[in-house]
Write a protein that binds this ligand. Sequence first.
Ligand code: PLP
Length: 396
Amino acid sequence: MARSKDVSSLRPQTRLVRGGTLRSAFDETSEAIYMTSGYVYESAEEAEAAFKGDKARFVYSRYANPTVSMLEERLCLMEGAEACRVTSSGMAAVFAALMSQLKAGDRIVSSRALFGSCLYIVNDILPRFGVRSELVDGTDMQQWEQALAEPADVVFLETPSNPNLDIIDLQRVCDLAHAAGARVVVDNVFATPILQKPMTFGADIVVYSATKHIDGQGRCLGGAVLCSEEFCADYLVNFLRHTGPSLSPFNAWVMLKGLETLDLRVRRHCENADRIARKIESERPDVKVIYPGLGSHPQHELAMAQMSGSGGPMIALDLPGGRKQAFQFLNSLSLADISNNLGDAKTLATHPATTTHQRLTDDERERLGITPGMVRISIGLEDADDLLDDFLSALG
Ligand SMILES: *Cc1c(COP(=O)(O)O)cnc(C)c1O
């Protein structure tokens, strides 16, 4: 099998289309799907050499698989990272990024506004293994300063946050974290890899739910951890090999194809989101539109500086009539679907307080700013004007 082209010096969009492609002896144009769990050896000696690590080759698809490796290589080129390992879901990636490096007695400091399952790992699972966990309001630099005045091992955050779209200052948090001796793990799903490159601000590890914009058409689950060669070799590789959250070669192939159109799609998602947010804000002053691209967003300037001048593909609406109006709005949509998923070509709307964040207490939701009237919308690739007609009509 030959590597087709070295595209590492070429521009980002070229890397997304060409990066990592391994052509087989059949010279196929599109990447092949190697649907195999195992591999065969010419001789017993070759098998021995492979297991001793003397010969680099595929030995078992829980460890590595050619289609999966193509995806990992393309993701490295996309992110500008030294190493990448993909996983069966975004949560498997988050869990591996944290659990592979933490041990009893360690300390993790996280922003409070995390994806629900990420919060469960930080708040419920890690403490059971003796990891001390502390949560801060990610937008309050004083809280970060206080928490990181004592040594820490890991800092974990998500920006923009789900569902409130709070923006955290990556540069400042990375500087504080490194001074405290911690590695920084950033869940970059809401910004997408196109708009925000956390490693350029000092992040050590970036995680994705590839289920979202990387697949981009709502077909399969997947995740990715991007990091240095050293972190990958010292922590990640063995953790993943021996706990086994491997990505199916078929799903890896879907993600590879997703990357080819990622830049185009994300730009369109963001253009649509920007247009829709502006229009609803001007036509419906009674509705609070939360969108980092709007001047009314409390961290608008930081968002523009950190996210390539874009507000991103997600918007949130806070309806004054609370849960009743939020449900009325969702039930009146005729184009956008009610769904808790996001990052799909189809526009999806959800009521976080009763779905994704239902498990939290009223107090916790209030602290996170998840109001009964909040609706989160993942803006899709439909025509923005059709979506606007749908939203304005559903608002009544
Ligand atoms: C969806 C999501 C995850 C989890 O990813 P899965 O692929 O569903 O396991 C983690 N973080 C964020 C921000 C997400 O949106």
